[in-house]
Write a protein that binds this ligand. Structure first.
Ligand code: C2E
Ligand code: CA
Ligand code: CA
Ligand code: CA
Length: 277
């Protein structure tokens, strides 16, 4: 069987083999990064119509010794395939809760809601709810300031089981946001069954809202939907004033995007939030 395996490898084109090597190297490095503490959280502000910061999204980065700061798009998919997303996701959750606890009592930071991305595999673990509770207890973070971001595809299978988990955590005070909303398949009746607090309008719609009438219609529909279901809503990827203007005109109450601030290290984020002395 071993010899056959070797022969099979020879049939691959060398580019593919090279790709596989690069992947397993990346996997080994990511495993190491986790144990060495080379991951960081950056924070991007979420603002209200008055421009005041009401929350933040925690976004993971990898501080690589040679490559510098690596964006999650380059390692989250691999982490999901290899299972490394489980320890990685647990670390993110713990770190985010510690940050929330550290902000308690600090002017400008005390009431911020912190959103944390949760991958499908992480949420599906049997011990996920215990993990969240443990992170809250260990840090002393207030549960109502923690908001978990899930994607629609995660909720499409074993929906009842997923809802039960959400209900369990909501009983503790934790909130839930549906990320990248509009890109999936949600029907209205399905959406009504989910114990959500918030929808996040995907940035693909915001990007073209001024030029693509379809995207403009989708954004207006999502805003109306959120109102009728009594859900909060945040528009992602707001980069220019004209997009903000459109969104405000159609009643969007909260925004996230480069127009207000990029994801930055915690001290930079804090400096921007603290009231001027
Ligand atoms: P996401 O959850 O949709 O996060 C928003 C992404 O949009 C972030 O990219 C953010 O930097 C970017 N963004 C924010 N405002 C703007 C804007 O105005 N214009 C543009 N062009 N982009 C904007 P980032 O940090 O590279 O993260 C990419 C994705 O990686 C995230 O997408 C999320 O799916 C995933 N991710 C990030 N951190 C975590 C994590 O801790 N756990 C898990 N499971 N996934 C994560
Ligand atoms: Ca997100
Ligand atoms: Ca998103
Ligand atoms: Ca479009």
């Amino acid at each position: 069987a071993k010899a056959a395996g070797r022969n099979a490898i020879r049939l691959f084109d060398p580019g593919l083999l090279e790709q596989m090597r690069a992947r397993s190297q990346l996997e080994a490095e990511l495993r190491q990064a986790l144990s060495l503490g080379d991951l960081r959280l950056h924070y991007q502000p979420v603002v209200n119509v008055a421009g005041g910061v009401i929350g933040a999204e925690a976004l993971v980065r990898w501080q690589h010794h040679e490559r510098g700061l690596v964006a999650p798009g380059e390692f989250i998919p691999l982490a999901e395939q290899t299972g490394l997303i489980l320890p990685l996701g647990r670390w993110v959750l713990q770190r985010a809760c510690e940050q929330l606890a550290a902000w308690a009592g600090q002017p400008g930071l005390d009431e911020l809601v912190l959103s944390v991305n949760v991958s499908a595999r992480q949420f599906r673990q049997a011990e996920f709810t215990d993990q969240v509770r443990a992170a809250l207890r260990a840090s002393g973070a207030r549960a109502h300031l923690l908001r978990l971001e899930l994607t629609e595809s995660l909720l499409l299978t074993d929906t009842e089981e997923m809802i039960a988990k959400m209900v369990e955590l909501r009983a503790e005070g934790v909130g839930f946001s549906l990320d990248d909303f509009g890109t999936g398949y949600s029907s209205l009746s399905y959406l009504k069954r989910l114990p959500l607090d918030q929808l996040k309008i995907d940035r693909a719609f915001v990007r073209d809202v001024l030029t693509d009438p379809n995207d403009a219609a989708i954004v207006r529909t999502i805003l109306a939907l959120a109102r009728s279901l009594d859900l909060r809503v945040v528009a992602e990827g707001v980069e220019i004033d004209e997009q903000l203007h459109f969104l405000r005109q159609h009643g969007c109450p909260a925004f996230q995007g480069y127009l207000f601030g990029r994801p930055v290290p915690v001290h930079e984020f804090e400096r921007a939030c603290r009231p001027a002395a």
